[in-house]
Ligand binder design. Sequence first.
Ligand SMILES: Cc1cc2nc3c(=O)[nH]c(=O)nc-3n(C[C@H](O)[C@H](O)[C@H](O)COP(=O)(O)OP(=O)(O)OC[C@H]3O[C@@H](n4cnc5c(N)ncnc54)[C@H](O)[C@@H]3O)c2cc1C
Length: 391
Amino acid sequence: MVPPWGSPAAHGAVPGRVVVLGGGVVGAACAWRLAGRGHRVVLVDPVPGGGASRAAAGMLAPVSELHHGERELLELGLLAAAGFPRYVADVERAAGGAPTGYRACGTLVVALDAGDRARLADVRRAQERLGLDVRALTGRECRRLEPLLDPGVSGGTLVRGDHQVDPRELLRALRAAARDRGVEHVAETGEVLVEDGRASGVRLAGGAVLRADLVVLATGARAHPHAPVRPVKGQVLRLRMPPAGHLLTRTVRGVVRDRDVYLVPRRSGELVVGATTEERGFDEAVTAGAVHDLLRDAQALVPGVAELELVEVLARSRPGSPDNLPLIGFGEVPGLLLATGHHRNGVLLSGITADAVAALAAGEDVPPEVAACDPGRFGSRTAAREEVRAR
Ligand SMILES: Cc1cc2nc3c(=O)[nH]c(=O)nc-3n(C[C@H](O)[C@H](O)[C@H](O)COP(=O)(O)OP(=O)(O)OC[C@H]3O[C@@H](n4cnc5c(N)ncnc54)[C@H](O)[C@@H]3O)c2cc1C
């Protein structure tokens, strides 16, 4: 099939020049995979990894993130989670053995009071109806798995298949792997250059123009106006656990008097506690109230949190889309491939997005779970894409 982005130099097996705008976990993964297909790739980002990817907790959690009515996101997340071990193994190998912090440790979701238990049971019924691997636990069974949980924890759900990765390590490894494949990095802000109705490259803040056969837009929450994304603010804490005897062995998520909180323990001793979800436009200020609320709820589940060193407080913008599914595919402007809108799941979905972008760039089909993320669902589709479909 002829790829829908026009340049004869880039058709089929003949690789072309690609500029990836944005070097978060999604853009870095796309750059690496595209370079692996033989494209000459330039990654443009003034602060690669400085966006939402820097804040992310790294939960790979399609099952515990299940929200009513988000069936397509669940299917996409399950596919991504199934492919994650191969993805991180590929990245680690390509990065000369650099770690990604992937841990197949599972997730325990716990409830504090009777209302929280009822909410968890409601979600569990939905998970069971969908045939997902979840198991109801009593409070005592939860404490058997995680002895430092508060005696007030009254029940929970064990989600054996929801694991974790360290997004900062993953990104470091992706960048090393991309460099090794010849991806060039330009440390500037850029904007998509549209000429004669198609994306012909990227104009850098300094005025220089990088011409390209294809532009991949991976600027996360900053992808507007090319993609209908909005910033969803998340504040998150990083604490340090003592070297001897970590507090938790697996990710613990909880409902505390109807509020959500999670604790993600890493092998390194880092404990990530998050996160707020705030619709406030672009705002990276950390607030006393958010720090207070997160620590209060984390301590309600695991009192030992009070003893830990608080190392970092960070706020970043998740790239939210109107239906919470990402936008992966050709949008309104021919020559422009969107890879954004990953909202709460961009780390989980980074590998599957990169595979899809590389496939779409070559005119190949993508799995149905990814095809559901076609930006055309919002009423925009490139003329070039239609052309390909009409053949
Ligand atoms: C608190 C919090 C916790 C999260 N936890 C999880 C989690 O546990 N699991 C999970 O899967 N996801 C999680 N997420 C979501 C995840 O972080 C995002 O979905 C993911 O990072 C999106 O990656 P991205 O590469 O699209 O965007 P970003 O990481 O935001 O990267 C975008 C990049 O584009 C660059 N950029 C922007 N504009 C320009 C421009 N004009 N020119 C050049 N470069 C530009 C920025 O510098 C940035 O580096 C969390 C998010 C937050 C905020």
